[in-house]
Design a protein around this ligand. Structure first.
Ligand SMILES: NC(=O)C1=CN([C@@H]2O[C@H](COP(=O)(O)OP(=O)(O)OC[C@H]3O[C@@H](n4cnc5c(N)ncnc54)[C@H](OP(=O)(O)O)[C@@H]3O)[C@@H](O)[C@H]2O)C=CC1
Ligand SMILES: CC(=O)N[C@@H](CCC(=O)OP(=O)(O)O)C(=O)O
Length: 350
């Protein structure tokens, strides 16, 4: 700590998650960013590659050296690809740093499942056990005082916040879940690919990784934990021609005669102390633009008495609540600070 500020380093600071951490942390009263790190461009000013940071962050990029990071910082965010975090995080923890990892490498408790879905060698079972899964509104109490947090995935954040209160109350059948999710292109990171090439995605709408998405076991792990029985889900992801935003539309069979007003009351009670989840009034369904640039998750409901099914619509900004914003919320909870510190941004609208 310097001047009562926590010294923070960001590995992967040249990616979308890292650069968003830099943006959001400018508003945090207890944080000083002491090192922005790149494995490929160390030595150059970060504002060379990101002119929007001119006169805001006057730092050169540092290289990836755990011992040097531990000299410069108390805590490090790893906004690095899966597979990279698995190798780097053990070294950062061993160097004495607190770590908040944004990748999927430490979210699954079962290493075999990790290898099946992520196609990389799993981290050690000790570290998978040690990582605390930081879905703040549900497991926030478990985060306080720990030194290693695994930040949830973007789709799981929108999906789990939209399903957990109903599953927890036993109002919907966990065996009936269908999740139809859509993401803006920034969810795929800054690297270029045919999938996200302008001419391939502009005025286009495509499904991908159907039944094969790496977030399926993460969603199932948490829902199984909450419901107390093994849960499997049907989960389809789509890429939408917009920059930010996730909409997760979820369908479930009702286990009783519940109305929209019942669900609104249930969710408002469940999230009553959680300022970043906003439950919409009856018939007002959320849109991605209404949370863009903010840490909010907005949720709306429809009940169809004809089919006995519930529809839940949950939206987040994938780079904020789905990544950097939730990571800072986790940092606040870890440190015992007010969870909204530095995160009270009004969504950017229109
Ligand atoms: N984008 C999103 O909406 C979300 C992303 N995530 C996860 O967060 C992580 C970061 O995502 P995102 O920022 O989008 O990804 P990007 O691809 O935009 O950025 C990843 C960054 O990691 C750095 N990197 C690559 N290899 C290494 C290495 N060997 N050592 C250190 N750094 C490396 C790269 O920077 P450099 O070459 O300069 O080192 C790169 O800029 C990923 O695991 C992603 O899955 C999670 C939720 C949402
Ligand atoms: C649009 C898009 O491509 N999104 C990415 C989200 C990946 C992500 O955030 O990776 P984690 O596994 O670390 O959570 C995807 O669907 O794979």
């Amino acid at each position: 700590m310097t001047d009562n500020k926590l010294r923070v380093a960001i590995v992967g600071s040249t990616g979308y998650g890292g650069v968003e951490l830099i943006r959001l942390l400018q508003a945090h009263p207890y944080i000083e960013i002491t090192s922005v790190i790149s494995s490929s461009s160390s030595g150059v000013p970060i504002s060379d590659g990101f002119p929007h940071l001119t006169n805001i962050v006057a730092k050169n990029l540092d290289g990836v050296n755990p011992a040097e990071i531990a000299q410069a910082a108390d805590l490090v965010f790893t906004a690095t690809p899966s597979g990279v975090s698995a190798k780097l995080v053990p070294e950062l923890l061993a160097a004495g740093l607190k770590v908040i990892d944004l990748s999927g490498d430490f979210r699954l408790k079962d290493g075999t499942a990790y290898e099946q879905w992520y196609k990389h060698p799993a981290p050690s079972s000790e570290l998978l056990e040690k990582a605390v899964y930081g879905l703040c509104e549900v497991f926030g109490d478990e985060v306080k005082g720990v030194d290693f947090i695994s930040n949830p995935g973007c789709y799981p954040t929108a999906t789990l916040l939209g399903l957990i209160p109903a599953i927890n109350a036993g109002w919907i059948d966990p065996a009936s879940l269908i999740i139809d999710a859509k993401s803006g292109v920034s969810g795929a990171g800054r690297g270029t690919s045919l999938m996200t090439h302008f001419a391939e995605i502009n005025e286009n709408f495509k499904a991908y990784k159907v039944n094969k998405h790496q977030h399926i076991p993460e969603i199932e792990q948490v829902l199984s934990q909450v419901s107390g029985e093994p849960v499997t889900v049907t989960f389809t992801t789509h890429l939408v021609p917009m920059t930010r935003g996730i909409m997760s539309t979820m369908y479930a069979t009702l286990k009783g005669s519940y109305t929209e007003e019942d669900f609104i009351g249930l969710y408002r009670e469940y999230y009553k102390d959680r300022s970043f989840v906003r439950i919409r009034d009856n018939g007002v369904w959320p849109a991605t633009k209404e949370v863009s640039g903010s840490n909010y998750c907005d949720i709306g409901f429809a009940v169809d008495a004809r089919t006995n099914r519930l529809t839940v619509i949950s939206v987040i900004d994938n780079v904020v609540k789905g990544a950097a914003g939730q990571a800072i919320q986790n940092l606040n909870l870890m440190m015992g600070w007010e969870e909204s510190l530095g995160l009270t941004f009004t969504p950017v609208y229109p």
